[in-house]
Design a protein around this ligand. Structure first.
Ligand code: TRH
Length: 371
């Protein structure tokens, strides 16, 4: 296997930013982890440097290759400029590689290992689809589907070396405040104002910390005063703090600072799991059915080890926060189960830790393909 790994030195990762930060968030994380922990030479091709710069602020908008955290970052040129493909090619989220690049892959004496890195889901069909090959219709190439996931029959989750140790050190030295701290990173929700009312009028002092985005704009509208980075506002039991958008390497610390994480998309949800805090995952808006199945599959898996009242409290808040439900009505039950949910979050993190991590699983998977 070591010999096989040694033949997989150069990687090309392709990323198209659809919207938001999840696509580049995952690709950047994977690229920098492969470089730092596996000695890989990684070229990351991105079609939207401005989004990438939000996560990696030292990035320059000048055209031309740049070296960042051991990764060679490249703007994805339109039209494509020919380059020699690496030993492994990762097409993230079916982003469709340039035709000329695929032709160059087929011309190599040993074609690259070609991976389609898929979106995260807890649905059981993922286990059957993970690793499946798909032959190219015309060229001597095979693409393999690689699925992140929550079981040993999937690719696992991205987790950098030392992450959990760093988080546990943080927890050991953390001094909790009087208020319950909530990190709120979400898409807009029609019932957010009602939830804010419930929080402001509730019995528990709350400190809600929010990065910029549409949900924070909604909170600003509810307050009657737009929230700018670094400002805060208080209504009853609720204090809202407006955070600046931080570099991705500083993102985890925001989560560790909180007692409850309202996260979204894919990457922040996984980070919430590694933070070992209770969380509510707002899935990326898709056709309702697809999102519903994804959410229920996750709830079934995550809730399996919980006593029924806490399981139902968690599910109720997830459902209300993902669909046009009433999160304010779900809140008191969630609060009553808070202690069980906090203990469960640690157990869940420990369980996931045993799955290994996605970058390492991917390297091993690719090495198997060239043995
Ligand atoms: O931004 P998102 O909504 O991304 C989504 C999802 O990935 C979805 O699956 C995808 O289809 C869609 O994009 C196009 O949520 P996500 O996945 O949590 O990504 C946010 C990233 O932004 C994550 O890597 C953390 C990072 N981040 C920072 O680095 N600093 C910050 O201050 C904040 C708020 C986020």
């Amino acid at each position: 296997m070591d010999l096989a790994r040694a033949t997989l030195k150069n990687w090309d990762i392709f990323c198209r930013v659809l919207d938001n930060y999840g696509d580049i968030g995952v690709c950047w994380r994977l690229a920098s982890q492969l470089a730092a922990e596996h000695g890989a030479g990684v070229r990351l091709w991105v079609d939207d440097l401005a989004s990438c710069r939000m996560l990696v602020p030292e990035l320059s908008m000048a055209p031309g290759p740049q070296q960042l955290h051991g990764v060679e970052l490249r703007a994805w040129p339109e039209p494509w400029q020919p380059v020699e493909p690496g030993d492994v090619v990762v097409e993230s989220f079916a982003c469709e590689l340039p035709t000329a690049f695929v032709a160059a892959m087929a011309r190599r004496a040993r074609p690259p290992v070609w991976i389609n890195l898929e979106y995260l889901s807890a649905e059981s069909w993922v286990e059957g689809a993970h690793g499946l090959p798909s032959p190219h219709p015309a060229l001597p190439l095979r693409k393999h589907f690689f699925f992140p996931g929550f079981t040993p029959s999937t690719g696992g989750l991205l987790r950098e070396r030392g992450l959990l140790e760093a988080r546990r050190r943080w927890d050991a030295s953390r001094v909790g405040g009087a208020a319950l701290t909530i990190f709120l990173f979400s898409y807009g929700h029609p019932a957010l104002p009602a939830l804010l009312e419930a929080w402001a009028g509730g019995p528990v002092p709350l400190r809600v910390r929010m990065p910029p985005g549409t949900a924070r704009d909604q909170v600003g509208a509810w307050l009657g005063d737009p929230l700018r980075d670094g400002t805060e506002a208080t209504r009853g039991a609720l204090r809202v703090e407006a955070l600046p958008f931080v570099a991705q390497e500083d993102f985890d610390a925001l989560l560790w600072e909180a007692d409850l994480l309202l996260v979204r998309g894919e990457d922040s949800a996984v980070r919430a799991m590694w933070a070992g805090r209770p969380f509510v995952w707002q899935l990326y808006p898709q056709a309702d059915d697809a999102r519903l199945h994804k959410m229920e599959a996750f709830l079934a898996r995550h809730g399996a080890g919980l006593p029924p009242p806490a399981r139902e409290a968690e599910a109720e808040l997830f459902r209300a926060w993902n669909f046009a439900g009433d999160p304010a009505a779900a809140w008191p039950r969630w609060l009553a189960s808070r202690t069980e949910l906090a203990a469960h979050a640690e157990r869940w993190c420990d369980e996931l830790e045993n799955l290994g991590n996605l970058a390492e699983n991917l390297v091993n998977f690719c090495a198997e393909r060239v043995k």
